[in-house]
Design a protein around this ligand. Structure first.
Ligand code: UDP
Length: 478
């Protein structure tokens, strides 16, 4: 009988609650998914912690309802410099405080609301999944990395059995025959971390939440990772867990409508406000001439590496836009990073340094000809969508496998491996942006080809839009 009284239009079909891991690279895709589900007529509530909470002033998401889950991250955890420890601390705090359970229980009780169908959670949030299970609420898991990474993280037992791990000096270059084109050096090896147990536990979280879920949602698309998605489905579907490839999420909600080129984004999802002068500066540069350089929101480089990057960029002779965010240099705190002496004078008029760029707009700008990235998954998809060739310098975790795919599977960029050295940086940057170089021209062509495939997957009959339709049907069937 309740169904007859449900409001028509948005939310009339039911409500979902979403809970992202509170880091930039996880918040953005979850909010973008929220936008897409809302556009399909679902009412959407987003749970968030006070740590890295969305700013209501800037993150106005019409139609999304935000609910704070206070004290889910205690001060001691928020202050830790170890991101992996933060994730475990967050789960422990959530389990102890019972706040997530309370928030979910109150949403389930709200009688005048559309029926709450499920919780969509970040793949690392085991404690939130347990809270939902205790209330009989089904869960779906959002994987904010690629399918290759998803598959890799589920393969660690095999990698140990076959002797690829723990990695040794002598097997680092060895190809992993079961997971081409990966090599041993592309594996995230928990035994190399100062705290091995944390590393292994983190790897296990996504496997646990997936096993206990009603579906896996992946921020990738069929044409990008067809074989990886097939293996994942071979494993999950017989267990009753469908896998929906709905990416790239940053363009999902806007692309199905009339505006297939650019247009408004799914809403502001950046925690920091971006420096608009980057775009004005790009407007003054020649088409395809600029290297955009950014290492995302989390990873750090050493002071020595910063010096090599700076002098490599200076030596390349190419224009560049470089994001040097606070906290980028390991051990230097959250202060504004001091650039090497003489650097600014050396690159005057040719280089621009900023603390935080409007990255999607930068990558869409015609002046940008290449992207030096840490191969974070969001950055990679944003670059793929715009057809910008990449110089990959992965640092940690799934970035290593993504960098390998950029160079050897999709062949839309080059991998910068080994110790960072200014001479090598110079060469790599020049080569990537060089008009006449045959290898670089081929990379540019392939990047353009993949850009087309990406846009096709987002058209109204494209694979990702169809996957969202099926996802919504699945949610409503729960
Ligand atoms: N980003 C941005 N401005 C910057 C640098 C990064 O908006 O100056 C955004 C970027 O567009 C991407 C996110 O931050 O969406 C970084 O996510 P990614 O998965 O690439 O890396 P992570 O930060 O998680 O390592």
């Amino acid at each position: 009988e309740g169904a007859d009284h449900r409001p028509r239009g948005v939310g009339g079909r039911g409500r979902v609650v979403l809970f992202p891991l509170p880091f930039q690279g996880h918040i953005s895709p979850m909010l973008q998914l929220a936008g897409a589900l809302h556009a399909r007529g679902l009412a959407v509530t987003v749970l968030h912690t006070s740590f890295n909470a969305p700013d209501p002033g800037r993150h106005h998401h019409p139609g999304l309802n935000f609910v704070a889950v206070p004290d889910a991250v205690p001060e001691s955890v928020a202050a830790s410099s170890n991101g992996l420890a933060k994730i475990l601390g967050l789960n422990a705090a959530m389990a102890a405080s019972g706040r997530v359970r309370d928030a979910l229980a109150s949403l389930l009780r709200a009688a005048d609301e559309p029926r709450l169908a499920c919780l969509v959670l970040d793949s690392t949030l085991t404690a939130a999944q347990k809270a939902a299970a205790g209330l009989g609420l089904p869960t779906l898991v959002l994987h904010t990395g690629g399918a290759a990474c998803f598959r890799l993280f589920r393969s660690y037992a095999m990698l140990h059995d076959k002797g690829y791990l723990p990695a040794t000096e002598s097997n680092l270059r060895a190809p992993i025959e079961e997971l081409p084109p990966l090599r041993v050096s592309d594996l995230f090896d928990p035994s190399k971390l100062p705290n091995k147990e944390i590393g292994q536990k983190i790897l296990d979280l996504a496997t646990e939440t997936t096993t206990n879920s009603s579906a896996a949602i992946l921020n990738t698309f069929e044409a990008l990772e067809p074989h990886e998605l097939e293996t994942i489905r071979d494993e999950l579907v017989p267990r009753g867990i469908p896998a929906f490839a709905v990416g790239p999420l940053h363009k999902l909600a806007t692309s199905s409508s009339s505006s297939s080129t650019g247009g408004a984004s799914a809403g502001e999802t950046s925690l920091l406000s971006a420096d608009r002068s980057c775009i004005e500066w790009l407007d003054t540069q020649a088409p395809g001439s600029v290297l955009y350089v950014s290492f995302g929101s989390v990873v750090k480089v050493t002071r020595d590496e910063l010096e090599e990057i700076a002098w490599g960029l200076a030596g390349s002779g190419r224009p560049f836009l470089w994001v040097v965010r606070r906290g980028l240099v390991a051990g230097a705190g959250e202060e504004l990073v001091e650039l090497p002496e003489g650097f600014e004078a050396a690159v005057e008029g040719r280089g621009k340094v900023t603390e935080w760029a409007p990255q999607q707009e930068v990558l869409a700008h015609p002046a940008v000809g290449g992207f030096w990235t840490h191969s974070g998954w969001n950055s990679t998809l944003e670059s793929v969508y715009e057809g910008v060739p990449m110089l990959s310098r992965p640092i940690f975790g799934d970035q290593l496998a993504t960098g390998r795919y950029v160079q050897d599977a999709w062949r839309i960029g080059v991998l910068l491996e080994g110790v960072l050295e200014r001479g090598e940086v110079e060469k790599a940057v020049r080569k990537l942006l060089m008009e006449e170089d045959e290898g670089a021209a081929e990379i540019r062509e392939r990047a353009k080809g993949l850009k087309e495939k990406t846009r096709m997957s987002l058209e109204s009959n494209g694979s990702s839009q169809q996957a969202v339709d099926k996802l919504v049907d699945h949610i409503l069937s729960l």
